[in-house]
Design a protein around this ligand. Structure first.
Ligand code: GLC
Length: 518
């Protein structure tokens, strides 16, 4: 049997608003993405995941979908999507689109019907409840992820639930019509030829039907976190993915589902993934782990034990860029590349976020330019996610850095011109070239045949080493080079200068990963 393409695919997340703007309005679009496909091909990724490009009032930059089967005019139209899909396929790239089943936009026709007529069938597709007391208090104390009450009152006096922005009313998955509608939406995109779906907040959908209050937060605890037990990871959600899987299994060539299961308990994440449920779920545990060998070792051990081949995620459009998490600037870039190289050597599917191949830092977006509802709803208490969403710098000499001919919707990061694609292409020591080399060696090794089994090798406390068939990857987290004994090893790749092999002794530079054939 042919190995399924997604098992070790490298998937590149395109945050549509910030990738490439073809029409000068300062916002990225589908034509812009199409024009930049060669960048992705030469980077060596296998698939592209597009964040939501559907009609939307943009209360949450597209994660508030008003129509699941069309294209937001800011981004293009359906013919532009079809052109992008066809061209990606011609260039050997698969395309995954985002599906947002936990909530719609408040501008969705269902929600508009639900508001216009409390007796309409659309009303019961959302979570409306009476308030407490004389009705003027929210039905319970649940908090929105973005801050503030998870309930908003409507003119007829009832309240609706929104785990995110008030422009994102939660759907009621106990209503069968909701299931049917999403099956229709999936078919719509499958029939157009997409290769898979990334499922937004895949661990939510069902809420505790008792709708009782969340306990009081402990001192220092985020009030949002105590709501979690009522709204995330309820057993009923798994059956939804069994239905979706059955639908996808009817399509050839094979399509896939990857869930944003934002949990950190690896065995619980693993429940979402099986031959009857999702093909993949994001594994965010490495993202949560600091630059520390024992901590990384524990995280990887657990992931490999319960969830392999799985996925690897260091960054995305919701998280502080990993270069910044690892110390920022050249130190953060060096560490980030080292961890990436280690993950690329392990079984599973790495998910890359646009700009990480350039080593971009989190941008310092001035307060008056911030747009994230998380920042706005918390009056700035949460810094928001704008800093990882700034535009991609393509051309250091062009006015909008080749991203746009107009005014970009978010400012560029401070390091953007220095790290622009054109500059990195002319520098063989750049992060971009390192990603290209690593992904091309990885592909060649996979084509030769790499097993899914991996063995942890005992080395030094600051060092992580794994053997996978002929490939050995060694990460040195120390600030000094280390030497590791590995008879017969041949150096394949290194993420920093100074790697060497002599008489069976491998020198691994400080904060670097080396790949060896052993
Ligand atoms: C997911 C998305 C995030 C969005 C949220 C609500 O976590 O990745 O960007 O704000 O869902 O849809």
């Amino acid at each position: 049997m042919m190995r399924e393409w997604w098992r070790d695919a490298v998937v590149y997340e395109v945050y549509v608003r910030s990738f490439a703007d073809s029409d000068g309005d300062g916002v990225g679009d589908l034509e812009g993405i199409r024009s930049r496909l060669p960048h992705l091909v030469s980077l060596g990724v296998d698939a592209v995941w597009l964040t939501p490009f559907y009609p939307s009032p943009m209360a949450d930059h597209g994660y508030d979908v008003a129509d699941y089967c069309d294209v937001e005019p800011l981004f293009g139209d359906l013919p532009a999507f079809d052109r992008l899909l066809a061209e990606a396929h011609e260039q050997g790239l698969r395309v995954i689109v985002d599906v947002v089943p936990n909530h719609t936009s408040s501008a969705h026709e269902w929600f508009r019907e639900a508001l216009a007529d409390p007796t309409s069938p659309a009303r019961s597709r959302y979570v409306f409840r009476d308030g407490r007391g004389d009705g003027s208090l929210p039905p319970n104390n649940w908090q929105s992820v973005f801050g503030g009450d998870a309930w908003t009152r409507v003119p007829d006096g009832q309240w609706y639930l929104h785990m995110f922005d008030e422009g994102q009313p939660d759907l009621d998955w106990d209503n069968r019509e909701v299931h049917e509608e999403f099956l229709r939406i999936l078919r719509f995109w499958l029939d157009r030829g997409v290769d898979g779906f990334r499922i937004d907040v895949a661990h939510s959908l069902y809420k505790n039907p008792a709708m009782d209050d969340a306990r009081d937060p402990l001192p220092g605890e985020d009030p949002g976190d105590v709501t979690s037990a009522h709204v995330w990871d309820r057993e009923e959600v798994l059956a939804v993915y069994e239905e979706w899987r059955a639908l996808l299994d009817g399509y050839t060539p094979d399509r896939m589902l990857v869930g944003e299961v934002f949990l950190f308990d690896v065995p619980r994440i693993a429940r979402y993934v099986s031959d009857e449920r999702l093909h993949q779920a994001f594994n965010f545990t490495v993202m949560r782990t600091e630059w520390d060998a024992p901590a990384l070792r524990t995280t990887l051990r657990e992931a490999l034990a319960h969830f392999s081949p799985g996925t690897w995620v260091l960054s995305n459009h919701d998280l502080v860029r990993h270069v910044t998490r690892y110390g920022g600037g050249s130190l953060g870039r060096r560490r980030g590349l080292a961890v990436s190289a280690l993950l690329f050597a392990l079984p599973g599917s790495p998910y890359l976020y646009q700009g990480e191949e350039l080593g971009l830092d989190e941008a310092q977006v001035p307060r008056d330019r911030k747009q994230d509802p998380w920042f706005l709803r918390t009056a700035g208490a949460n810094p928001g996610r704008d800093g990882c969403r700034t535009p991609i710098p393509w051309d250091s000499a062009a006015p909008g850095l080749g991203f746009t001919t107009g005014e970009p919707w978010l400012p560029f990061g401070e390091d953007a011109a220095a790290l622009a694609v054109d500059r990195q292409l002319t520098d063989s020591a750049s992060t971009l070239h390192a990603y290209r080399r690593l992904l091309s060696v990885r592909r060649a090794l996979l084509d030769e045949g790499l097993p899914d089994e991996v063995a942890e090798l005992a080395t030094a406390p600051d060092v992580l080493a794994y053997r996978r068939g002929p490939l050995v990857a060694v990460l040195n987290t120390a600030a000094e080079p280390v030497q590791v004994e590995l008879p017969g090893a041949v150096l394949l790749e290194a993420t920093a200068e100074g790697a060497a092999v002599a008489a069976g002794i491998v020198t691994v530079p400080a904060a670097a990963t080396v790949w060896l054939r052993a």
